[in-house]
Write a protein that binds this ligand. Sequence first.
Ligand code: NDP
Ligand code: GFR
Length: 311
Amino acid sequence: MKLKVLIIGGTGYIGKRLVKASLEQGHETYVLQRSDIGVDIEKVQMLLSFKKQGARLVVGSINDHRSLVEAVKQVDVVICAISGVHFRSHQILLQLKLVDAIKEAGNIKRFLPSEFGMDPERMGDAMEPGRVTFDDKMVVRKAIEDAGIPFTYVSANCFAGYFVGGLCQPGHILPTRDSVVLFGDGNQKAIFVDEDDVAAYTIKTINDPHTINKRIYLRPPANILSQREVVELWEKLIDKQLHKSCLSEQEFLLMMKDKEYAEQVGLTHFYHIFYEGCLANFEIGDDAEEASLLYPDIKYTKVEDYLKQYL
Ligand code: NDP
Ligand code: GFR
C-alpha cells in the first residue's frame, strides 16, 4: 500500500537514503525543508534534487510547533533521522517537539524516531559519556508511548561507512594496508549494515502490520562478523596480511581517559560493541522482529562486497 511519508532530517547521512528509499518504494514522499536553513548550499541543492526526483518539500522548523503540525497533517507516516552527534545540545531531544506535533495532529499511523543504532533499551548500563545517546533516545521513546503514538524502533547496528570502512578502528573510515589494532582478541561478533540497506529495510517496515509498536533489528546473516573477520576479508581482497596488534580493555579505557568529551562518546560506543559484543550477544525475543527474515527480497550488501569500493 502506498503511503504519504514525511522525513525529518532528510538531508542527513541516513536521512537522504531514507528519502531515496521512500521514493524508490513508491511512497508519496515529503521532506522537511527547515525554514532556518540559511546559506547552506549543499542542503538546498540536495532538497532541490529530491524535488526533481518527485519528493514534496514542506517548509517548517522543529522549533515552530504550528509548522510541524501542518506538515504532519499532510502525511500518514513520519520518520525522523535527526543527528545524534551533538550530544551537548541533546539534539535527539528536539524530537519531543515533533512528538507534541504528532500528538496534536492525531492522524499519524506510524512514527519512527531517530534511532538506527544500538537498541537504547539494552544500553541501561552504558558507560559515560556515550550513555547520553541512549538516555536521550529512551526519553523520546517514553514520550511516544505516553502519547499513544504508533511506533517502530529501528536498531540498525553498525553503519558500514563508519565501521567497515575503517576496519572497526576509531578515527578511521578508510581501510589500512599496513597495520590494524584489534579490540582485545578481535573475536567479538558485531553486525554491519550498508546504509542503503538500513534505509530500504526501514521503509519496508512502515506499512507492515508485523512491525507496529515493535523493535526491528537489522541482522543480515552474512554481516554478523568479528573485527578479525572484517580484517581477514580485507586481507583477502588486497592479498596481503596486515600487521595486527591487540588493545586490551584496560589499555583502551586508559587511552580513552585523556580524550575530548565528544571523542569519548564515540569511543564508548566502540567499547560496548567490540569488547562487550552488545549487538550480537542476545536472542531477539517475541516482542521484536529481524528485518532480513521479514524482508528476504532485500538483496543486502555483504561486507565482503562493501569492502571492494576501497580497493
Ligand atoms: P546527521 O548528523 O547526518 O544529521 C541529520 C539531520 O539532523 C540533518 O540533516 C539535519 O536535518 C538535522 N539536524 C541537525 N541539527 C539540527 C537542528 N539543530 N535542528 C533541526 N534539525 C537538525 O545525522 P546521522 O544520519 O549521522 O544520524 C541519524 C541517526 O542515526 C542518529 O540517531 C544517530 O545516532 C544514528 N547513527 C547511527 C550510526 C550507526 O553506526 N549505527 C552511525 C551514525 C548515526 P535537515 O536535513 O533537515 O537539515
Ligand atoms: C552502532 O550503534 C551506534 C553507533 C549508535 O547507536 C549511535 C552512534 C553510533 C556511531 C557514532 C556515529 O556518530 O558509533 C560511533 C560514532 C561514529 C564514530 C566513528 C565516532 C568516533 C569515531 O572515531 C568513529 O570512527 C570511525
